[in-house]
Design a protein around this ligand. Structure first.
Ligand code: CUA
Length: 331
């Protein structure tokens, strides 16, 4: 091969590499890596991207060079010269990708193994998914509708579901894990940035899937200790906590709770609805609608409310919730 041709090939490859690298680096493809595990996952991503850019640049350079130098002239109808492979070239283009793919798999396996390690004293948080809310239970028995995590400590999530398959995802933690009924799946997360990040359901699980969201607050270890000690009580009436823990806000609008869900009836209009339904006093109507949602379906709606609250909400909590809703709605 002539020196000029080699220089031309190298030049084309360099141009392709620079353009692709700019696209990879200048566009923020990934959210911030807010956990140690996601930092490792991002490393694998960039390792793979680097290899991909190199391969892409070489292929594009050879392709462009061939188009420039070997294309048929408009008046050339003759056949090309017969060729019979090139053994050395074929060995090279098989060996190099084999090495690269093996390298990717080794790096991935190391990261997977490291990310599975929870250390000797992880904080265990039980994650329960249900249509359409998350419940997070801490070792002290307290449950919340959102997560609070200490920075720099291994957290082991034990994830399951009450009804259908959901999937637990915090984009800034880079890991997704399915929530499957009758099964416990785990992931380990070690938060390393303070802040609030979204918790997203990332498996189509029904009408309220898009609204099945919560958040995680990563706080300092000292703040977390006092949160655990105080029991992390939510400010406001006790019924509000029950409302939040059971994910009512995903589907219902209720102004006192700042809820804006649109899948179920607007709970601000509870009293008018109760009068229209004509099923006894408001409190009785509200309680029936929670424990036996199919008993009366509001006009314009279907039987989509989960039938799990009868067993899920303790009697004392149910009383608080019924009182909270009945008193907070428009009279
Ligand atoms: Cu739960 Cu989608």
């Amino acid at each position: 091969m002539r020196r000029g041709s080699v220089l031309q090939l190298v030049g084309l490859a360099a141009v392709a590499a620079v353009i692709t690298t700019l696209v990879a680096v200048l566009i923020p493809w990934l959210p911030e890596a807010a956990s140690t595990e996601s930092g490792r996952i991002h490393f694998v991503y960039w390792f793979t991207t680097g290899i991909a850019i190199a391969v892409f640049s070489i292929v594009v350079a050879v392709l462009a060079y061939s188009v420039l130098h070997f294309r048929a002239r408009p008046d050339d109808d003759s056949d090309g010269p017969p060729t019979h492979g090139h053994t050395r070239l074929e060995i090279v283009w098989t060996a190099i990708p084999t090495v690269l793919v093996t390298a990717i798999s080794i790096v991935s396996a190391i990261v997977l193994a490291q990310n599975g390690r929870a250390g000797s004293d992880p904080l265990i948080v039980k994650v329960k998914a249900q249509q359409f809310a998350w419940a997070f239970t801490y070792p002290n028995g307290q449950s919340y509708g959102s997560l609070t995590l200490p920075m720099d400590r291994h957290v082991k999530f034990e994830i399951t579901s009450n009804d259908v398959i959901h999937s637990f995802w915090v984009p800034q933690f880079s890991q997704k894990q399915d929530a499957v009924p009758g099964q416990t799946n785990t992931i380990v997360v070690t938060p390393r940035h303070l802040g609030r990040f979204p918790v997203v359901c990332t498996e189509l699980c029904g009408l309220g899937h898009a609204l099945m969201r919560s958040h995680v607050d990563v706080v300092s270890p000292a703040k977390f200790a006092s949160f655990m000690k105080s029991g992390g009580k939510t400010a406001g009436p006790p019924g509000l906590a029950v409302f939040q823990q059971n994910g009512c806000a995903s589907c219902h609008t209720f102004r006192p709770a700042g809820a804006t869900g649109k899948i179920g009836p607007d709970l601000d209009d509870l009293h008018a609805a109760a009068a229209k339904a004509n099923r006894g006093p408001v409190e009785k109507f509200v309680e029936e609608s929670i424990v036996d949602p199919a008993a009366y379906i509001a006009p314009g709606f279907t039987d989509v409310m989960p039938h799990i609250f009868k067993s899920q909400i303790q009697p004392a909590q149910l009383t608080q919730l019924v009182k909270y809703l009945s008193q907070g709605a428009k009279q």
